[in-house]
Design a protein around this ligand. Structure first.
Ligand SMILES: Nc1ncnc2c1ncn2[C@@H]1O[C@H](COP(=O)(O)OP(=O)(O)O)[C@@H](O)[C@H]1O
Ligand SMILES: [Mg+2]
Length: 264
């Protein structure tokens, strides 16, 4: 019964063709409607919280045609930045046939790998995301399952249908979706991955990002992708993150009050 409730996703087929093994992705219409309803609600809340800056540029609802075009355009931009993506063999209105990458998604790698591997891979991804933001673009959906690693250690970025021009809110979405997507891991893996990602990205989580992570981690189980253990990890990891940031904030306050006392 639960299966029929599962969010509809794009259809993915793997085939052996003349070009070698290929992956055929057929774009679905229902999935982005659900995702972007959430995204645009978050945008609305974000705009409400920042009433001094009235802006509409964050709202985003790419059509099916635009999503396929985003996949193509993103590859041109990302290859210029040294980010690897599977090559496209052919495309139709709502279908893309691309090179199949043999490997593990980064989420699987986090589950199976050692803490050193988790840290290294996360740092590389964080650094790459920072490069993309600095070039003026954002992925919007930056979950760990959208990265795949080959046995030779090369990391490929998949799922570029929402790739677009960066705004402050959209780059925040990259950080929030990445962190939320790994909260279901065991605590040591999750915290190591978050530390690695932010070391690579070059800064810690902001308070606003933390607030969005708490909000989205509470609705993430609705995707019905996770088992009981992952949902339990998610709740306790979100709490650990909150506690750690409160600790940082108190430390900061303490330092500030000490330095102001010294100045007196
Ligand atoms: N080129 C590829 N090679 C190997 N696996 C892929 C490739 N593209 C997608 N996948 C697998 O299919 C999953 C879904 O593909 P993705 O493009 O992320 O679609 P969706 O929008 O449904 O998330 C990925 O998480 C990955 O496991
Ligand atoms: Mg995906």
């Amino acid at each position: 019964m639960f299966r029929s409730l599962e969010w509809r996703t794009n259809s993915i087929k793997v085939e052996d063709a003349e070009e070698g093994r290929v992956l055929i992705k057929e774009f679905d219409v229902v999935k982005p409607t659900l995702i972007f309803t959430l995204y645009n609600i978050a945008c609305f809340v974000d705009n409400l919280l920042n009433l001094s800056i009235v802006k509409t540029e964050d709202y985003y609802f790419p059509s099916l045609r635009e999503r396929v075009e985003n996949e193509v355009k993103a590859r041109e931009i990302l290859s210029g930045l040294g980010v690897k993506c599977p090559k496209i063999h052919w495309r139709k209105e709502n279908v893309i046939c691309m090179e199949y990458i043999d490997g593990k998604t980064v989420l699987e790698l986090y589950r199976d790998g050692s803490l050193e591997e988790v840290y290294d891979v996360s740092k590389r991804i964080g650094f790459e995301v920072r490069k993309v933001h600095e070039a003026g673009y954002a992925f919007v959906d930056c979950r760990a399952e959208n990265y795949i690693m080959r046995d030779n250690g090369e990391i490929y970025r998949l799922d570029l249908e929402f790739f677009t021009k960066k705004t402050r809110f959209r780059s925040l979405c990259d950080i929030v979706t990445y962190d939320v997507s790994i909260l279901g891991l065991s605590e040591d893996k999750c915290m190591t991955a978050i530390r690695g990602f932010h070391d690579g990205y070059g800064r810690k989580l902001s308070k606003t990002e933390l607030a969005y992570i708490s909000l989205f981690s509470s609705i993430y189980p609705l995707s019905l992708k996770e088992g009981v253990d992952e949902i339990a990890n998610r709740a306790s990891n979100a709490l650990t993150l909150l506690k750690e940031s409160i600790k940082d904030l108190n430390l900061l306050k303490l330092l500030k009050s000490l330095t102001s006392k010294m100045e007196e």
